[in-house]
Design a protein around this ligand. Sequence first.
Ligand code: HEM
Length: 380
Amino acid sequence: RHWGFEDLAAKGPVQRLTLFTGVPVCLITGYAETRELLAHPDVVRSPLDGPHRDTMMDDLINRTERHMLGANPPDHTRLRKLVTAAFTRRRIDALEPRIREIATGLLDQMAAGDRVDLVNAYSYPLPITVICELIGIPPVRREDFRQWSSVFVNATMHTAEEYIEATTLMLDFVHELIVQKQQAPTDDLLSGLIAARDGGDRLSEDELTSMIFLLLAAGHETTVSLITNGVHALLRHPDQLELLKAEPDRLPAAVEELLRYDGPLQAAIPYIAQAPIDIAGSRIEAGEVIVFALLPANRDPRKVERPDELDITRPDSAHLAFGHGIHHCLGAPLARLEGRIALGMLFERFPDLRLAEPERDPVRTPGLLMNAIRELPVQL
Ligand code: HEM
């Protein structure tokens, strides 16, 4: 174990602490409590207190944060419905051949070397290419996107100037793209959303740009970690990897277990209680900020047997890596598909793959949100 909430989880399923930002929060680390509260009608989003808020202009905030993740019903329902159709199981399954093609291209490039950084060579480019193609972002701008969205997702690690610059550049580009797609629509998601905005579906301009921001941020950093953390965990558990290679039908269950064991997010972004709630012998007062520590909840010994063991034969653990309730991850079917393809094809192509520095634990992104390995040197 290595995450920020590790020591706290032992102190009970509901507790109080003050984050390093100075905000007092109610921290939930229990599995049952997380499920109950995430489905509770009085657990809602508050107007988000985002990073660098004191120096950001209202305009910039409006154009990036009017998205479903920060919204409550009825806005949430309306916004989510607009993209739900693009993320149905059938639509996502239809992407499979293209995702395999992208993975093959990356594996071919990797094969030219002997030792590579898996993040840079494989886990990162695969999901960013998929999400950019899905939305309709041209290949020439993807490297820019990679840089901007990294500043975005790791906002607290950057200065206000860097954050505002990245946001402004990305907004300018999204605006340019919207104008282009308006003139020449295609069958991608952005064209569909523009049609919705113009067709009376009550999608405002700010909501449109915010939606693109959300999909880009939510749609790739997390999937990068599903792939990297997953490969790392399997390489550290050769018995599990051998079992998977011998019985590839176990791949879907293995992906679920990897999401439970070392999932991409340490926590969901904060919620707030809008009325007092009694839970596990504690009372959460109206107005309290609630943080859900997803990784400890997924290893709650009251829910999972031998929680610290990676076991791909485990019956469905109903993990919380994708959250729960109305904000349950919209992209889960896509993330699962990408995870299965990425892991399956990697070990098929490089059956002798191993950690290049097995004696060293890889460096992870600091902070309490992401659970991301920054670099994973592997020997092909
Ligand atoms: C929401 C995790 C991949 C789009 C969420 C939430 C979690 C999550 C925990 C809920 C957050 C909360 O309650 O505060 C993950 C993980 C992923 C992943 C672990 C990869 C393994 C994706 C992908 C997409 C996506 C690929 C889109 C292409 C979204 C969206 C929401 C969301 C739009 C907001 C849903 C709403 O507010 O109704 N994700 N996600 N995610 N995710 Fe994902």
